[in-house]
Design a protein around this ligand. Structure first.
Ligand code: CDP
Length: 780
């Protein structure tokens, strides 16, 4: 008998789901977390265990870290055995029957727009389909919005191909993400983040090292993807017009998306090609579908239509192919909250245990939360409660997944679930489309995500927790029905769902554009206003970004990129951080600035402690690292001390409550930034040791470099004991994580602006009022 759970009202989204779900047993009672603390089983709900989950596809590799931290995956038990084992899985993917159609489309045309549900096999299979094509003599690039996806896809594809992944000569597959390049001389398939491909565009505008560029996850519409699309549109058009300067071979471009606006993308590329029509060459309809319509028939029709006007350029027809891969989606039962809640952590916690006690294994749970803080909070609670479960209840394994998580921890979600265990993956929107987590049958969606928002009036960019769009909610729900019928619990009401925006606003319409514009300028795009944007950003946002670059000295008054700007663009950093480094080279404190910037490029050097007791302990232990000048000098001292520690770095970290993994990353980034600075002639040599702790004079120089880059992020102390920004007069409070929290100083500069309950400055240094005035005078 089905009874409606107390707190969750069941609504059905469509009739087919209804049929399916009427078979499933409904939970009788939700374990009450408040009354059964540490023992959710106390209310008598027993686990329903059917079988242990089967090992996932990822189980058969031995992955190891090279001494330099690079990944090296070595297929085990013979390359071919591994490949064979995965072949049947590959053949079962929805994209498999489209292989020939995709190859044929790209033999005819240079651009293919391919859409297919997440998990249909786009990212893993398409590069493999293309590898043996006659036109494909060089490397295939495939972009990803996130590091974790680029790395895990590279591993997976290497396994499927039975080859090595990494830097070695035998490796055919590799990845390149910021500060971590795992590609070798013979890499044929390269997964890289969008930012890395943009960097390559700067070095090699005609992308000569690639035979094909696949742009994946276009629906996420990051600023970087929009720039890549604009550059590719121009490049494809130039190549077709014979205007390329160096490139002789064709370039094939595949645009892939889970929910793409196909028409918009086709029109976008077609418009690029049509510009040649204006010069008297052939135009006409440009779309050709590789499936659902017999290509020949359609082509014949079009040819007939066009031949009346122009017989001379038949090859100009059907220049952009489209392909739709129908997904495999099992029914998903929908459950909404009857009343809105803000306490997602509590609601999710109850649901996790209810599912665990009522639903059979296998079937992992995927929980979508807005960010690292809520994820870590829930992770801890799940672990605490799971400890209190009886012995005969299957185990619960809580695994976090967010962008800043160290690589090895991200990789855990792909490891096979141990016997009699259920995984609970606590993720940001990373798992929405970018990463396919195998084994999931239950989705809990809090309906929120953190998004970057540029506040034009303040000139500051901040991360805000906002409701997701309908399309994101649908994607999240879809994660539950990939392998079998599943369930999706939305921690919001159906009314709230109906009120969501249809789509997420593309990032380019809501974020700071200075990085994007610097990239464009460095790539030779002088007229940014007329750059082919898929969605044109508001003029005001473009103007603000240009102004910001002018203030940073990256542009000349004429709008042309300056020497300084060219250097800044070469760094895989925001223009502000790039500016700090360039300024530091002038003031002769570059090594120190590199250390600070490296520490700012990783999340949380200092461990986040939850209990007051531990917090106090940490405060005492870190006292000799803390600097009264603020967080940046504290970071510098921490990096320097860590680097000097030759033997027991791990123990040193433990003693100081510092994250060892974060510090390993910091040193890796520092090494790369030092090398980059040397290649840009900003550094004459790379020292083998750490510079001595800075004198007072040098400290002043370092802080003034920070000011030069972050002049927009400065605030003065007010008689009412608040801080107000110099520009914009906005109130900000010093974040509790800062060493300057609760301290009063005449002026501050901060490297991050966060808006949670109120506006916070994070990463704060104390500066003198006069210094700020001086820079403002010089800049504005
Ligand atoms: O790109 P798309 O979302 O269409 O699919 P995909 O990423 O190519 O994934 C196809 C299948 O490969 C998924 O259903 C996963 O089961 C598997 N896969 C995996 O096991 N490990 C990865 N790192 C990536 C994919």
């Amino acid at each position: 008998p089905t009874s409606v759970p107390k707190e969750l009202e069941i609504r059905r989204e469509n009739p087919s789901v209804e049929e399916e779900t009427s078979q499933t047993s409904q939970p009788k009672k939700i374990p009450s977390i408040t009354t059964a603390r540490k023992n959710p089983a106390a209310n008598g709900i027993r686990p329903n265990i059917q079988s242990a989950p089967p090992p996932s596809d990822q189980s058969n590799h031995s992955s190891s870290r090279l001494p330099n931290g690079k990944a090296h995956v070595q297929p085990q038990n013979g390359l071919s055995r591994k490949r064979e084992a995965l072949l049947s899985t590959k053949k079962g993917l929805p994209i498999w029957p489209h292989a020939e159609g995709i190859r044929a489309a790209l033999r005819r045309n240079n651009v293919l727009v391919l859409t297919g549900e997440t998990g249909s096999g786009k990212s893993t299979q398409v590069p493999q389909f293309l590898l043996s094509e006659p036109w494909c003599s060089k490397c295939i690039a495939i972009t990803q919005p996130r590091r974790v996806a680029a790395i895990s896809l590279a591993r997976r594809v290497a396994e499927e191909m039975g080859t090595f992944m990494g830097t070695g000569k035998a490796a055919k597959v590799g990845y390149s993400v910021r500060f971590d390049n795992a590609t070798g001389p013979n890499t044929r398939i390269k997964f890289l983040t969008e930012g890395m491909l943009l960097q390559e565009f700067l070095r090699d505008p005609e992308m000569e090292q690639y035979s094909a560029i696949i742009v994946d996850e276009v629906h996420e519409r990051s600023v970087n993807v929009d720039l890549i699309l604009g550059f590719l549109r121009n490049l494809v058009a130039d190549l077709e017009r014979g205007k390329a300067k160096k490139r002789k071979q064709p370039l094939k471009v595949v645009i892939m998306s889970a929910t793409a606006d196909v028409e918009g993308l086709v029109k976008f590329f077609d418009d690029g090609l049509k510009e040649e029509t204006a010069n008297g060459e052939a135009g006409g309809e440009a779309v050709e579908e590789t499936n659902s319509v017999t290509p020949g028939a359609k082509k014949d029709k079009k040819m007939a239509k066009r031949s009346a006007s122009d017989d001379t350029q038949p090859q100009q027809d059907n220049r952009i192919s489209t392909c739709f891969v129908e997904g495999r989606q099992y029914p998903v039962k929908m459950v909404y909250l009857p009343e809105p809640t803000d306490d997602w952590v509590e609601s999710a916690l109850k649901l996790i245990f209810r599912i665990h006690y009522k639903e059979p294994l296998p079937g992992d749970i995927l929980v979508f939360l807005p960010g690292q803080d809520t994820i870590e909070g829930l992770e801890k609670l799940v672990k605490d409660y799971a400890e209190g479960m009886e012995k005969d209840v299957p185990k619960l394994l809580a695994l976090p997944l967010f962008a800043a998580l160290p690589q090895h921890a991200q990789q855990l979600i792909f490891e096979p679930t141990p016997a009699r265990t259920r995984k609970v993956i606590l993720s940001t929107n990373i798992a929405e489309t970018s990463v396919t987590v195998p084994g999931v049958r239950y989705v809990i969606d809090c309906g929120k995500s953190k998004i970057k928002q540029f506040r034009n009036n303040l000139g500051l960019e901040s991360l805000l927790v906002k409701p997701i769009s309908k399309s994101a909610a649908i994607q999240r729900k879809g994660r539950a029905g990939r392998e079998a019928a599943g369930q999706c619990y939305r921690l919001y009401t159906e009314e709230a769902y109906n009120g969501l925006d249809e789509r997420t606003t593309p990032e380019i319409l809501r974020c700071d554009l200075s990085h994007a514009i610097l990239t464009m300028k460095a790539r030779g795009v002088d007229d940014v206003i007329n750059f082919p944007f898929l969605d044109r950003p508001p003029r005001e946002a473009l103007r603000k970004a240009l102004l910001q670059l002018l203030n940073l000295g990256a542009l000349e008054e004429t709008g042309v990129i300056s020497e300084r700007g060219l250097k800044m663009a070469k760094f895989p950093l925001t223009p502000t951080l790039g500016c700090v480094l360039v300024e530091a080279a002038h003031r002769d404190c570059l090594l120190e600035a590199i250390d600070i910037v490296s520490a700012l490029s990783v999340e949380n050097v200092f461990l986040n402690l939850t209990t007051d007791e531990r917090k106090e302990e940490a405060e005492t232990a870190r006292r000799d690292l803390y600097r009264r000048e603020g967080d940046h000098m504290t970071l510098l001292v921490t990096v320097q001390r860590y680097a000097e520690e030759r033997t027991g770095r791990k123990a040193w970290c433990e003693r100081h409550f510092v994250s060892h993994r974060a510090m390993q990353n910091v040193l890796n980034i520092r090494k790369q930034l030092r090398e980059l600075c040397k290649s840009l002639k900003m550094l004459s040599y790379i020292p083998s040791d750490t510079p001595p702790a800075p004198s007072e004079e040098r400290t002043k120089d370092i802080l003034q470099c920070l000011l030069r880059g972050f002049i927009m992020n400065t605030a003065r102390f007010m008689p009412d004991l608040s801080y107000r920004t110099f520009i914009g007069n906005q109130t900000v409070a010093i974040h509790p994580s800062s060493v300057l929290h609760k301290r009063q100083t005449e002026a501050i500069v901060f490297t991050e602006f966060v808006f949670t309950t109120k506006a916070f400055a994070r990463g704060v240094s104390a500066v003198q009022y006069d210094w700020v005035d001086e820079v403002i005078e010089k800049v504005f």
